[in-house]
Design a protein around this ligand. Structure first.
Ligand code: AMP
Length: 291
């Protein structure tokens, strides 16, 4: 496995593999890798000849008061995880290489970026869409691997790819979880042991909402939201539920009545656990009862 720091070098390598008929995959990350990232690399290796993992903590997707400065970093550890999972190249640019001295261009996807994460983190998805397009232009992969964990990010990147005719296939991989259901995240490292245990409430509530829809046939979204919010307060009064949302899974349009809805539903939430912000989601497919 090789580490490449320059955009021009990674472009040349990618051109070479294209030229000899090899399929390439890209797994973009911000490093401090865990089994969730490894699962994306393993999947990419199954489906491609050559796998690139990018490691870049992208400053433009962090707000002023967010954790850019303290975001966990450990390149040595990441290197071994990438190697073990079967990556061929780590693309590891620094900020100057990615943005140069005077970058004036950014990519803004409207609509789907206005709610949920976009509402709480203004400008976040412009940073994400811009860096993903830049990584795609650097690595030029056939396939791009993202995790279901960041559902809104996937919707934004998917829309950017189709709106801008980017020549890449988007592959979404399942969320990897700890034994207690907590979605793996680089930010889990900020949690105390007790917070990590109690944070299992997030997945518990997503699954509870899923059961309410699929098994108890509750179709009034405000009723579901109220039950979830009350249960959250009872179980973990020390945490803060920032949003709990039920939307259709493509444009993330909020749903209010599920009675006649057919298709994929995204149930998502964000919570503050101490000073740490965690997000998670589940998707479910609803088919109308035709009795
Ligand atoms: P990050 O390094 O957090 O920016 O994540 C890089 C990629 O890994 C994104 O596509 C994430 O959705 C994905 N990812 C993060 N956590 C998980 C997880 N627990 N399971 C699967 N994929 C994940």
């Amino acid at each position: 496995m090789k580490v490449i720091k320059e955009i021009s070098a990674v472009q040349d390598i990618s051109d070479y593999f294209k030229c000899i008929g090899k399929k390439t995959g890209l797994v973009p990350t911000m490093g401090f890798l865990h089994e969730g990232h490894a699962s994306l690399i393993i999947k990419a290796k199954e489906e491609n000849d050559i796998v690139f993992v990018s490691i870049f903590v992208n400053p433009t997707q962090f707000g002023k008061n967010e954790d850019f400065g303290k975001y966990p970093r450990d390149f040595e550890r990441d290197y071994h995880i990438c190697e073990k999972a079967g990556a061929d190249y780590i693309f590891y640019p620094d900020i100057k290489e990615m943005y140069g001295e005077n970058s004036l261009t950014s990519v803004t996807v409207s609509g789907i970026t206005e709610r949920l994460e976009g509402e709480i983190r203004p400008g976040h998805f412009t940073g994400v869409a811009t860096v993903v397009l830049k990584l795609l232009n650097a690595v030029k992969p056939d396939n791009l691997y993202l995790g279901q964990k960041d559902a809104q990010q996937n919707a934004v990147v998917g829309k950017m790819i189709s709106d801008l005719n980017v020549d890449v296939n988007l592959k979404i991989c399942a969320t990897m979880r700890e034994a207690n259901g907590l979605a793996m995240s680089s930010r889990n490292t900020y949690l105390t042991e007790e917070q990590r245990t109690k944070a299992s409430v997030l997945y518990f509530l997503l699954e509870k909402a899923k059961k309410m829809i699929l098994e108890e046939n509750i179709s009034d979204v405000s009723e579901i939201k109220e039950i979830i919010s009350d249960t959250f307060k009872q179980m973990t009064p020390e945490f803060e539920l920032q949003y709990f949302d039920i939307a259709e899974n493509k444009m993330l349009t909020p749903l209010s009545d599920l009675e006649s809805f057919e298709g994929e539903i995204l149930i998502s939430l964000a919570a503050k656990v101490g000073s740490t912000r965690l997000i998670d989601n589940v998707i479910l497919r609803k088919i109308r009862d035709r009795k």
